[in-house]
Design a protein around this ligand. Sequence first.
Ligand SMILES: [Zn+2]
Length: 416
Amino acid sequence: MGPKLKLLVNKPANGEFYVSNEAITGKVVLELEKPAPIKELSVTMRGTSQTIVEMTPEAQNLIRPHFPMKSSHTLVNQRNQLFPPANVSKALAGPGKGFQVTKGSYSYEFELNIPHWLKCMSDHGPRGAGFNKGEEEPRLPPSFNSIASQASGNDAISFYHKMGTVTYYVKAQLILGKSMFRLTPSDPILEAYEVINFFPDPNKEDSSASRTQSFVSKKAVQFEQELSARLEVRAKRLQEVHRLDYLFKPGSRRLDRVYLVFERPPPPKFALTVTRCRLQLVEIMNYLSAGHINAVTGLIPILDVPLDRQLDPSRIRCLENGTAEWPLDLSKDPGLSSYKFNEQNLIFQGNKLFSFVCCNIRRAFKFHLTLTLSANGKSFDIDMSTTTSAISLASAEEHEPLPKYDVSDAPPVYLK
Ligand SMILES: [Zn+2]
């Protein structure tokens, strides 16, 4: 039996994923049943974002038609040498022999710190940064479609969804051999891997100072001849939505101000009831490779409630331009008012709901609101989409960032 290599990575503090400034710790166990010559034992943390982009028929190369374009960016590559200790390696200066290690079980503890910057930015520079081109300080993306979170779906959408992955893993590597040269391709190598999940802290940007945005339905709903209206949402804080944020609660400035805007005021006896409210998230995945982008969209139902909200005609306001607006006062419904975004912590195609951007992958979300209205015994659907919102997995209240550490490239120094 040859040497055995085991990699044991400690669980992250929250049991699920590592966060920014959390050290990845563990140990590498080496078992030798007989003496073995060892050149080197190391542990490396690597992260990559990879995409496969299929060419559109127009862009396809005529010689190699269905050739998919691949791209790979190295996000992290942190290596710690565990054996021989760094000071010993240095003392040996020049090509060394392998160390003859006697039989037994050896355990090496390690600690790896996740950097704050993207390694690939120094590989390709800002010009090759793809979706990160405009980012002042590009951040490490979270694990996405990583092996640990692969969904079992086999349909076409989930197939295309998996065309982009962000994977982080720890690798232990043992190089055996006793040749005079430091490393040769023929040296026997033993490796052990463990995929880890990483989730960076959310951006601490205050969006309360932003301006109000208006989102209007593309289509108008025609209640009667000469009576049509569009749906309008006025929001100030939809650019960034955290988990557990209130969406409809008065003052939330998200979906609490929803109006029907009529081209001309409805007649005095016109009665209108909101009978159903549906909210969906539209996921927009963009995968980039060799200058080509593939887009995949998905629809995630997040809320569907029956309502019986008869609108109060005294709330109609006529405007100078001849139009009239009728607030829907959705926040007066107790169910909607107390609704918190993504309390269930939904999983879509194997991933939780969060947006991110890296050089070759962009995941963005829009809200899509559909209301069913009832007038004169007839039912009407009206819907509208917002622009993209940054969706954050961490709730605004519960998140407490860890103190920031300095990441150094220098290997640890051992005393012995
Ligand atoms: Zn890159």
